[in-house]
Design a protein around this ligand. Structure first.
Ligand SMILES: *Cc1c(COP(=O)(O)O)cnc(C)c1O
Length: 232
């Protein structure tokens, strides 16, 4: 079985190939290592292999891992990529560097109010329900411009861009479509005057499609750590 380090190298090869194919700078799509359900020791291994940005889905699990890896804290960026309920905003505002899953103003306002002054502004993305799935969280595409304007005005947040988890699709063209739609939404916000630089999209199965459509932050878990136990 390949090691975490070998898997990371393979993911970087995939990212570089996709960037080349897209005519993009090889470093323009950053890797966010998704460590949910894996132990702190696995994160430590990925860190030793050179990775610095880690994504977690479950707040309590993440807090435990952040504590276990406190010695590495200064060099790590912790990203929350899972759903965020309003009763968890304070611990998230205190412990994370990024939140990708802001999808309503109330959550953003709480995060801004609760972000400690001693820390840099919290970096946020709006999660967009790009495939229009009823069960998925995320703001509807039509509501993105208004929410983006409101979130961008909050003092302790820095709005960086958009995030989506499209419905899985098999072939490359089908995978590209929702990523293209997210990229177009981001462009619309820029045309509105917002200074945004982040498209958080692409996972183990569709990172090539995402990079071809402009992903700047690609969230990869199972291609690095192996498959996760099915969540009940
Ligand atoms: C789990 C997860 C990922 C990583 O998915 P893989 O298929 O394991 O690469 C990316 N983004 C989000 C929001 C996730 O929950």
């Amino acid at each position: 079985m390949a090691t975490i380090k070998e898997n990371i190298q393979e993911v970087h090869r995939r990212l570089v190939n996709a960037c080349t194919k897209a005519g993009r700078e090889p470093a323009s799509a950053r890797l966010l290592v998704v460590s949910k359900t894996f132990e702190a020791a696995a994160v430590r291994e990925a860190h030793a292999a050179g990775e610095r940005a880690f994504g977690e889905n479950y707040v309590q699990e993440a807090l435990d891992k952040i504590a276990a890896l406190a010695d590495l804290r200064a060099g790590i960026e912790w990203h929350l990529i899972g759903p965020l309920q309003s009763n968890k905003t304070r611990v998230v505002a205190e412990a994370f560097d990024w939140v990708h899953t802001v999808d309503r103003l109330k959550i953003a306002q709480r995060l801004s109010e609760q972000r400690p002054e001693r820390l840099a502004p919290l970096q946020v993305c709006l999660q967009v329900n790009i495939s229009g799935e009823a069960s998925k969280s995320g703001v509807a595409p039509a509501d993105v411009p208004a929410l983006a304007t409101q979130v961008a005005a909050l003092p302790r947040l820095r709005l960086r861009g958009l995030m989506a988890i499209p419905e899985p699709a098999q072939d490359l063209e089908a995978q590209r479509l929702p990523h293209r739609q997210l990229a177009q939404l981001l462009q619309g916000l820029r045309d509105q005057g917002l200074a945004l630089d982040t498209l958080s999209m692409g996972m183990s199965a569709d990172l090539e499609a995402a990079v071809l459509e402009g992903a700047t932050l690609v969230r990869v878990g199972s291609a690095i750590f192996g498959s996760r136990p099915a969540k009940a």
